[in-house]
Write a protein that binds this ligand. Structure first.
Ligand code: XIL
Length: 455
């Protein structure tokens, strides 16, 4: 562990600190998916199900490897609004709480989808009424999680395979083509801070369906409909990753949206054998490399922690073994290949975090007779970090009255600050900040001492 510095933070001290950090030996290649992804400036996530969080190996694997979580079912319409205007968020809130405690970003999934949709919505036949119901659903659900989620899959699976025509859903039939843009507008109004994505399967390579999604996104960008990203679900089959996946990611990126691989799994006929597992490893490597190669591709999410709980065997008869961890949470060849494609070292890491170093700097942002506000910025050095700690040493008569974007623990004059959650992992050179208010009734407004470290 490296201790980077610092009493008080003039530019000279900071400069010195950076020299010290630069002189330290390079850190080992990261040994977990989330650390390796962070070093590439992307997130690596998984779908997770509430009912498995009590299983120690499940949660240990989830927390160790992933820094983004997508509730697998708990934010879907049938769960959040099972009957009209009656909303429930119990399981979804637990997901968000777990993710926050682990510093994971959360992808909301999903606001408008034809599946897992309660019957009362299917029964509506007036455009005005269904528009109202859809907007009300979005404003309540996205409003409930406002500020807590990094992304929303606003509309899911609105196009058909083959032709690229719109799927015949109640929304399409009753509202018409504009239901998608109305959904995005409602989502932006409900949570202006979340990235809003269109999400679909079989749009991973170029084909009639991804062409149709491309045309829609292009049209939305031209007309100012609020869309920020496209999610390529990537439910794939061993040996058939589209050869043009990178080109397809790139063309969406060129429209000015981010791209996420949102539900990656690569299934095979069961039982698995070494040849199939080797092919699967190559396939995971190909998908991961395609995302890493395009700057606007900002994250990869696999659709489940372990083969044991994957949706695949329930839906595709005779198929399974589609994920990175086997039924016993053993790392499959696909795990090593994915980690390598992210620049990590399957032989290296100890599963822990915080190989990189950090420096930190303090700025006084406001002052008055009996107090002041300060801001601390923590910056990763040449390696990524999965977390950080900053220690403030207060002067006599000073008390930290409030602190935001960090989690403080006070012990006498020492205030130890950990990340708030979402600002935990840092790519090389990236920064996180927290702010605080100090009360100094005696008028002692001198700057606190500051030191920072990993993890
Ligand atoms: C699946 C879940 O994994 C299953 O548990 C559930 O029974 C059905 O839905 N595309 C999506 C996901 O967008 O929401 C689906 O998840 C898989 C396909």
């Amino acid at each position: 562990m490296r201790r980077a510095l610092i009493a008080v933070l003039g530019a000279a001290t900071l400069f010195l600190a950076m020299l010290v950090a630069a002189a330290l030996p390079a850190s080992a290649a990261p040994g977990t998916l989330k650390e390796a992804a962070a070093a590439k400036g992307i997130v690596f996530g998984t779908a997770a199900a509430q009912n498995h969080l009590g299983e120690a190996a499940y949660t240990e694997t989830l927390n160790r490897e992933f820094n983004q979580l997508t509730p697998e079912n708990e934010m879907k319409w049938e769960t959040t609004e099972p009957s009209r205007n009656s909303f429930g968020y119990g399981a979804a809130d637990q997901h968000v709480g777990h993710a926050r405690s682990q510093g994971m970003a959360v992808r909301g999934h999903t606001l408008v989808w034809h599946s897992q949709l309660p019957g009362w919505v299917e029964d509506i036949s007036s455009r005005t009424e269904l528009l109202d119901v859809m907007r009300n659903h979005i404003s309540n659900v996205a409003g409930h999680f406002r500020g807590d989620l990094e992304y929303w899959d606003v509309v899911n699976e609105a196009f058909l395979d083959g032709s690229g025509a719109r799927r015949d859903t109640v929304f399409q039939r009753v509202i018409g083509d504009d239901y998608i843009e109305e959904a995005f507008r409602a989502a932006r109004a409900a949570d202006p801070g979340a990235e809003l994505c269109y999400n679909d399967y079989n749009i991973d390579g170029r084909n009639a369906k991804s062409d149709a999604v491309y045309a829609m996104v292009q049209d939305f960008k031209r007309r100012g409909v609020p869309i920020d990203c496209v999610g390529l679900q990537a439910h794939l089959i061993v040996g058939s990753v589209p050869g043009d996946i990178q080109a397809n990611i790139q063309r969406f990126a060129d429209l000015g949206v981010k791209v996420y691989i949102t539900e990656l799994d690569i299934r095979m006929q069961t039982p698995p054998d070494s040849a199939k597992l080797a092919q699967q490893a190559d396939d995971y490597r190909a998908v991961t490399s395609a995302c890493v190669a395009v700057a606007a591709c900002k994250g990869i999410t696999v659709w489940g922690v372990t083969d044991k709980y994957s949706w695949v065997p329930d839906v595709f008869e005779g198929e399974g073994a589609a994920l990175l961890f086997d039924d016993d949470y053993g790392k499959k060849p696909a795990y090593d290949a994915t980690l390598e494609a992210l620049g990590g070292d399957p032989g290296g890491g100890d599963g822990g975090g915080g190989d990189g170093s950090v420096t930190c700097a303090y700025t006084r942002t406001a002052q008055w007779g009996t107090g002041f506000n300060g801001r601390v910025t923590i910056t990763a050095g040449g390696g990524s970090v999965s977390s950080w700690t900053a220690v403030l040493t207060m002067n006599s008569g000073q008390d930290v009255a409030a602190l935001w974007n960090g989690r403080p623990t006070e012990n006498g004059s020492t205030v130890t600050v950990k990340p708030a959650g979402w600002n935990s992992s840092l790519a090389p050179g990236a920064s996180a900040s927290f702010g605080f208010t100090v009360n100094a009734p005696d008028g002692n407004v001198s700057d606190p001492g500051l030191a920072c470290d990993t993890p």
